[in-house]
Each structure stands twice: as structure tokens, then as C-alpha cells.
Design a protein around this ligand. Sequence first.
Ligand code: PAF
Length: 270
Amino acid sequence: MFVPTMGALHEGHLSLIRQAAGSDRPVVVSIFLNPTQFSAGEDLSTYPQTLEVDTRLAREAGADILFVPGVRLIYPHGLEQARREAAELVLPDVATRPGLEDACRPHFFGGVCLVVGRLFDLVRPTRALFGEKDYQQFRVISELVAGDPDRFGSLEIVGCPTVRESDGLALSSRNIGIDPGDRDRALGLSRALAATTDADDAESARAVMHEILEAHQLKVQYAEVRDAGNLETTVSTGKPMRALIAASLGPIRLIDNTPYEPGSRLSKVD
Ligand code: PAF
């Protein structure tokens, strides 16, 4: 069982580790702050690094092995070469077509696919767990693995529900940067998603999300309803759908998502 992370562990990561520990297989947790998934202007240099606390939390949650590789083990030919490889990788369609994270962070999925492929090669897990807060990432990794059985064998990619604070804020290592005075604005994402339960179709869901995000003075990057599988625009009401948001609060970029069922006033933010 494998839980790859970039450290700064929070309840979301710990829920994955606990779920993995519920099986009878050893649980490997990796901590590697992956430079190739950050572009020059992003927050790599300020990303929280809390290895000592992470080690204790991972152990308490049930990790058997903590794998903390250095850059040279993951990228033996150096970072420049790794960045080139990441940019040249042929990615699954769900990493390039939806116009969501792929449009906002064009370098991101190349770096993610490069590092998770490398981590899977080293750890050789039978099952790997990912939080659904990074929903497009979860779908990309699922497709990456499904598309290369020679390399990844029968590795199973498991998506696990987003863990939230009691007020609805989805847990993220970046939440630490939210100014307490801006907390209510940050809740705009989960409130916007919750409001989609009253929307009868994808277009009204999109409109209500934009309205609520703007009322919280968030800078919207996207607020969309998509096919939950390939994340492309959908008109079909028969297939599972997902409402997805990215918005910034000053320098902090927040993402969140939830299943969307048209006209279902019963569904809730997960
Ligand atoms: O979601 C993350 O923490 C990272 O993107 C991952 C999957 C560990 C790859 O660096």
C-alpha cells in the first residue's frame, strides 16, 4: 500500500494512511517535494516543510515505512534533464484536454506523471491512494497507470474522499498560508460547491458557483461542471459529473470539487 505525498501532512493525508493501514499489507508513505511540478513563479520555495512532525504523524497513522528520497535518487540525471523529460512526456488526454488545472498550470501534470511513475517504479506498490481534492490529478494518475500495464502491472489507483474542516474548508497543505481574517473568503469554494445541489443543470450550477465565488471576492480561475471520468464538457445527464473550482485568495491558490447530480437537492459536498 502506497501513499505518495509532498509532506506537510494534514488530516487528509492521515486519512489515506489510516485507510491503507486497514489492510494487511505494509504501508509505505513517501515525502518528496517534487520540483518538476512547480513552475518558476510558483510556491516551491515557500512550500511548508515539516519532516520531523510528518514522521511522527505518519507513524501514528499507521505507516510502516517512510520513504524520503533526495532529488538525486528520483532524478539521477539532474533537475534540468528531469524538467525536459517532464515537458516531453506523452500525457493521458485527461491531463491535457479539459482546460482546468492543465490550462492554469501547464507544467504541472508532466511533473506529477514523471514523479509518480518514478515513485511507483521504486516502491512497486499493488495499490496507491490519492485524495480526491486533487481530482484531476487523481484521474490523470489513474489513466497514466491504466495506459501502461507493461510498466505498472495491476497497480490499483484508489481515490479517497476529501477531508474538510468542520466549516467546510477542504484540507490542504497550503491552508497554513490563509490569513485568519480571510478565512470566510476561503469558504467561498465549499459554499459554491454546496450551492450546486440546488442547480437543475450544469449551466445553472456553473452560474451559481461564479456568483458565490465572486461574492467572496475570490479570483476565479475556473468553476465548471464536467464529465467525472474524462473531465470534458458534458451535456449528458446520464453519466457521473463533477463540479470543480480553482480560485485564488491573494497569493494562495485554492482548489476544491464535489460530485454533481443535476437537480438533486439531496446531494451534499463530500
Ligand atoms: O498530491 C501531491 O501531493 C503530489 O502532487 C504528488 C501526487 C505526491 C506528486 O508529487
